[in-house]
Design a protein. Structure first.
Length: 318
C-alpha cells in the first residue's frame, strides 16, 4: 500500500474511533449537514440502508451491526451516525439474511452487496473502512479477509474474532458449574434448544438458582467460581467499581449481572447459534476446570470467598 494512502486510511479509521468515544460529539457543536438516505433489498432477502452527506469526503464506512434482530443499520446509534455524517463520511450497512441472528453465513456477502448498491448511487469511493461492533466486529474481520482489495482499513470493536466455538464453550463451562454446584437437583437444559422460548425458560430457571444462592456464603463462593469461568467483570452497576480487594462487593456485582443480564442473553443467544450451526457444538467433557481457573484473574476472589464459606475449592473443581 502506498505510504500516503496508508496514512489517509489510518486517519480515517482514527476519525471513526474518535466519533464512537464517549463524550466526544462533533454533531453537538454544529448542525449535521444535509445528507441523503437510501435503502433497498438484496437477493437473499436482506435489506440495506445508507446515508450519504452532501459534503461527502469520498470515504464509505461499511458498518456491521452486532448480534440481535436482523435490522439494517449503518451506525450503532443516531448520535454516532450524526457525528460521522458531520465529518463527511458516507455510511452503509445491511440487516444480514436469517433466519438465525448469528448470521455469519450471509453477513459478509450482504455487506459487500450493500456496498455495491450504494456505489451504484453515489459513485465509487476513494476508500472503504470496515467497522463492526460485537458480532459485527467478527463480520468486519471476515469481510476484510475476503475483500480482494475492496476494503482499505478495518476497525473492530468488541469483535468476537475467536468465533462461536470458543465463546460457547467457555459460557457453557460457567453455566454448567453454576447449575451443578448451586442446585444439582435441578438439571437445567443448557444446550440443544428446540425453540427460543425453551432457551429463555432455561435461562430464567438458572438465573433464579443464582439469585437464591446469593443469600448464603457457600452460594456466593460458588457464584464467584461460575463468574470466573464466565470471565464475568466485577463492575455491573453503580458510579464506581468495587475496591480491588473488596471481593464480597465484587461478587455481588457479578451475581447481579449474571442473573439479571448475562444468563438471559447468552442462553437465548445459544439457540440462535445452534440454529445457524445446525445443532450443538459445545462440550464440557474433558474440561479441566482447575486449570481454567488457575489462568483466571479472578482466582484470588474465588479463593477468598471459598475460605470465608469454609468450602473446599479443590473438591468443587474435581
Amino acid at each position: 500500500m502506498h505510504r500516503r494512502h496508508l496514512f489517509r486510511t489510518l486517519a480515517a479509521a482514527a476519525a471513526v474511533a474518535r466519533a464512537i468515544m464517549p463524550g466526544v460529539s462533533t454533531a453537538q457543536a454544529a448542525a449535521t449537514p444535509a445528507s441523503t438516505h437510501h435503502a433497498g433489498s438484496l437477493a437473499d432477502g436482506a435489506t440495506w440502508t445508507a446515508d450519504v452527506p452532501a459534503s461527502w469526503n469520498g470515504t464509505v464506512i461499511l458498518y456491521s451491526h452486532g448480534f440481535g434482530p436482523l435490522t439494517a443499520a449503518d451506525a450503532p446509534d443516531p448520535a454516532t451516525q450524526a457525528d460521522l455524517l458531520q465529518l463527511g463520511y458516507a455510511l452503509v450497512g445491511s440487516s444480514y439474511a436469517g433466519p438465525s441472528w448469528w448470521a455469519l453465513s450471509s453477513a459478509v456477502g450482504d455487506q459487500f452487496a450493500s456496498l455495491k448498491a450504494v456505489e451504484g448511487i453515489a459513485g465509487h469511493p476513494r476508500r472503504v473502512i470496515a467497522w463492526g461492533t460485537s458480532m459485527g466486529g467478527l463480520v468486519s474481520a471476515l469481510a476484510t479477509q475476503n475483500s480482494h482489495g475492496r476494503i482499505d482499513g478495518t476497525l473492530t470493536t468488541c469483535g468476537l474474532v475467536a468465533g462461536a466455538l470458543s465463546l460457547n464453550n467457555y459460557q457453557l463451562d460457567g453455566e454448567y458449574a453454576l447449575n451443578e454446584l448451586l442446585d444439582p437437583s435441578q438439571q437445567i437444559q443448557l444446550v440443544r434448544y428446540a425453540s427460543a422460548g425453551q432457551a429463555s425458560t432455561a435461562a430464567a430457571a438458572l438465573a433464579a438458582i443464582v439469585s437464591q444462592a446469593q443469600s448464603t456464603a457457600p452460594g456466593r463462593a460458588r457464584i464467584a467460581l461460575g463468574a470466573a469461568l464466565l470471565n464475568e467483570p466485577v463492575w455491573f452497576n453503580g458510579a464506581q467499581p468495587p475496591a480491588p480487594a473488596d471481593y464480597a462487593a465484587q461478587e455481588q456485582q457479578q451475581a447481579d449481572e449474571i442473573s439479571q443480564y448475562l444468563l438471559p442473553f447468552i442462553m437465548s443467544a445459544r439457540y440462535q447459534i445452534e440454529l445457524a450451526a445446525g445443532g450443538n457444538s459445545s462440550f464440557t467433557k474433558g474440561v479441566n476446570y482447575g486449570r481454567v481457573l488457575a489462568r483466571s484473574s479472578f482466582l484470588p476472589e474465588v479463593r477468598a470467598l471459598y475460605q470465608t464459606a469454609g468450602l473446599s475449592l479443590p473438591a468443587d473443581l474435581a
